[in-house]
Design a protein around this ligand. Structure first.
Ligand SMILES: [Mg+2]
Length: 365
């Protein structure tokens, strides 16, 4: 099999109801769709999502179109690690993290999609499957314009979809506001309904300690991104002083950054984002580093591509979802959930193709 050409497409999808994270607001979601065409007729796909960054899609597209395409065209996609080395060496002067890694990640996902499609099985089977489904939680606890009412409604909808855990944003307001958000959900769904909190790096160390103590008293399951991602000493001290598990990783690029954070004792739950971490190849290695360190892995973001990787790891605990309905509006092969677990898509490759009418509707260029 040989790669013939690579095509990139920018999509923009407005959100129906504006919402915010701990430090930002969303009103549009931008996607870069990358498609790698092979001479056996298969197309490897990856979708790189950008929340706020208007120019993110065009930046990554430029790196793929003008630098990395020529590295891959004519090559056999099965040589994923060989091609990863070649790609890193080509983009060295962009810097080997950040948007450069996002470009490599997209292409790595496409390569694994092609490898699965060529074998006629889900990519998880080629990677070495460990399971056929992954427990999922719903990231639906945004800051909504209608406040607690919108928050509780969103979590109740997730529970009705079959989720038994939700993640909510904290840190935009006071500690009291955070606690009100947690208690409002608990009073509607019960204290056994699992809640995770995500601060999007909003705190300094003292404030993270103060709030972390309060979250753990309410039985919150994990405390995500309390501090700036690279502040390792702070994470390590926080982890020593709190019982609540610290979850980080969505802002890390490559296994080397994960290795540093894990070795220095900064993290309990390791959260790779396959758009940033380096794609499937890198994520499998991060999973192994976490495993030998006795740590669990939860994805940042969801989708079928992540399900395939997570079904090939032993130490995963949770797939993140924005809600099945929202994910399935864009996916050609809809995600299915049974007993709170997302099933491995029963299609060759990553199962991550977008619907043709979704692409048509939101395509910008
Ligand atoms: Mg997060």
């Amino acid at each position: 099999m040989k790669i013939e050409r690579i095509c990139t497409t920018i999509l923009k999808r407005p959100v129906e109801k504006k919402f915010g994270g701990s430090k930002y607001n969303y009103d549009v979601g931008g996607y870069l769709l990358t498609q790698v065409y092979a001479d056996d007729g298969n197309i490897g796909c990856a979708t790189t999502y950008f929340g706020l960054i208007e120019s993110g899609m065009a930046t990554v597209r430029k790196i793929i179109d003008e630098e990395l395409s020529s590295v891959l065209v004519g090559e056999d996609p099965h040589f994923v690690r060989f091609l990863r080395r070649k790609m890193y060496s080509r983009i060295e002067y962009y810097g080997i993290t950040g948007v450069a890694t996002m470009a490599i990640s997209a292409l790595d996902i496409c390569l694994w999609d092609l490898v699965g499609k060529a074998a006629g099985v889900p990519t998880a089977m080629v990677l070495g499957a460990s399971r056929k489904s992954v427990p999922a939680y719903a990231m639906v606890g945004w800051y909504f314009q209608d406040g607690l009412k919108g928050l509780v409604e969103s979590c109740v909808n997730a529970a009705e979809e079959g989720f038994s855990a939700v993640k909510i944003k904290v840190g935009r307001g006071s500690l009291e506001d955070d606690l009100n958000r947690i208690k409002a959900i608990q009073s509607e769904l019960g204290t056994s309904f699992r809640i995770m909190v995500d601060a999007n790096c909003a705190f300094d160390e003292m404030e993270a300690l103060r709030r972390g103590n309060a979250y753990q008293d309410l039985g919150v399951y994990w405390f995500e991104e309390p501090l700036q991602p690279f502040y390792k000493e702070g994470h390590r001290r926080l982890r020593e002083k709190l019982r609540i598990p610290i979850a980080i990783g969505e802002n890390f690029y490559t296994k080397y950054q994960f290795y540093d954070a894990i070795r220095e004792g900064c993290v309990d739950i390791v959260q790779p984002d396959n758009r940033r971490a380096g794609g499937v190849t890198e994520w499998m290695e991060i999973g192994a580093i976490a495993e030998v360190s006795g740590l669990k892995v939860a994805s940042h973001l969801g989708g079928s591509g992540n399900v395939n990787v997570m079904c090939a790891l032993d130490n995963v605990i949770y797939l993140e979802c924005e809600g099945i309905k929202r994910d399935n509006e864009m996916l050609r092969y809809p995600l299915k959930m049974v007993d709170g677990q997302i099933l491995l898509p029963d299609v060759p490759g990553m199962g991550n193709e977008l619907k043709a009418d979704f692409i048509e509707k939101y395509k910008v260029c």
